[in-house]
Write a protein that binds this ligand. Sequence first.
Ligand SMILES: *[C@@H]1O[C@H](CO)[C@@H](O)[C@H](O)[C@H]1NC(C)=O
Ligand SMILES: *[C@@H]1O[C@H](CO)[C@@H](O)[C@H](O)[C@H]1NC(C)=O
Ligand SMILES: *[C@@H]1O[C@H](CO)[C@@H](O)[C@H](O)[C@H]1NC(C)=O
Length: 419
Amino acid sequence: MATQLYRLLPLLFLPFVLFRHGASPPPLSQHTVTGGDPGRHPVVLLPGNTCSQLEARLTDAYQPPSPQCGAAKGNGRWFRLWKNSTAMQDPELAPCLSDQLRLVYDPVARDFRNVPGVETRVLGFGSTRGFLADTPANQDLCMGKLVEALEKGGYRDGETLFGAPFDFRQAPAALGQPCRAFSQFSRRLRALVEHASRKNGGKPVVVMSHSQGGYFALEFLNRSPLPWRRRYVRHYVMASIGPGGFLLSMQLLASNPSAALSSGSAFIALPSPKVFGPDAPLVVTRARNYTAQDIPEFLTAIGLPRLAVTLYQTRALPVKLNFRAPVVPTTCINGVGVPTMKELVYWDGNFSKAPEVVYGDGDDLILLESTLALDTVIGDDPRQEYYKSIKLAGTSHAGVVSDGAALERVISEILGVHE
Ligand SMILES: *[C@@H]1O[C@H](CO)[C@@H](O)[C@H](O)[C@H]1NC(C)=O
Ligand SMILES: *[C@@H]1O[C@H](CO)[C@@H](O)[C@H](O)[C@H]1NC(C)=O
Ligand SMILES: *[C@@H]1O[C@H](CO)[C@@H](O)[C@H](O)[C@H]1NC(C)=O
């Protein structure tokens, strides 16, 4: 399935999607929330990569790669672009899907945008329904089990429980770099948080993110005025993310460099020099090693143009270096104790080949080093009054929001049992 997806959608950069699943979690009834508390704080959820659903319509400006891809041109109708399993599995429609999902970098606007003639929108902003897509796998990956458990405990979608899906092909860009997608998302999330609070007697909200949603939530919080954060955010629960990025994003880039410039998020998860120092070789070849400080050289070595290096240095790296305390009460929850990519060995320097992988400790995506760095980056910030890091032994990246015991832990944090 994974290889098929990559073949059909070579441009779709999916660094946060995990195709490996552990043992299935215990039945849901085991983590029912104690309900009926009228004093509960509203909850806003941000899911991981590829969980949000996208709709598209094609205008006359669209230049389809084949006539079939342009069949819906100009009819004004919105259709499901992601996740569209029918199109994904149809050999004639799959290239259309690839073309329409692709982003292009516009050097005049200095921003990523859709291919001309493709308009997109996120489905169901405000609700958790949008990201509980039709595929059962999303139940595990996309907070489906968490939503179910919260609803069993009395939370109601649109009343006390809200969803903030986002265009996962994009990523927050550094301050001063245009990023229409993130600006628009931030405006909508701000309005949603205020709405959720208003609907619940003015109570501040609990924001909870999983994986890639954490980049959006953290940047959103950090760019919101401090008085606003203090007024509206009671607790931020950040699952399965650290300030360090991860090695899988290097491997995906090496195996498919052409995808790098068709996605606005290809560089956001590259290992950060803030966490991985000048001595830790991440990519090993006979001729030379690449550390987190050598990412520009690595991007050049895998065949990317100068523009890619510039975009990494100006748009992505400053965001990573600026991963910082949100200055609202924060709990970080990460899996540990699962083999996680630590070094990629391309001994003969051929990046088109599958590398040999050296494993370390982590959640199967995020290394323990990155999780531990949360303690210094967020925990040691003197402005950060409440910070807690929960490390769940033997829990995977996706398991944090789907395995039984992990879910219970997450839910008790959401409910404020931490105080
Ligand atoms: C899936 O994609 C195909 C081809 O683009 C389109 O015709 C169809 O309407 C889409 N499905 C949904 C549910 O929108
Ligand atoms: C690359 O890193 C490995 C350790 O993983 C080390 O043994 C080797 O000497 C390094 N090579 C160079 C050229 O620095
Ligand atoms: C690199 O590896 C790929 C895949 O195995 C192969 O097709 C290609 O010829 C190799 N390139 C060189 C320069 O050896």
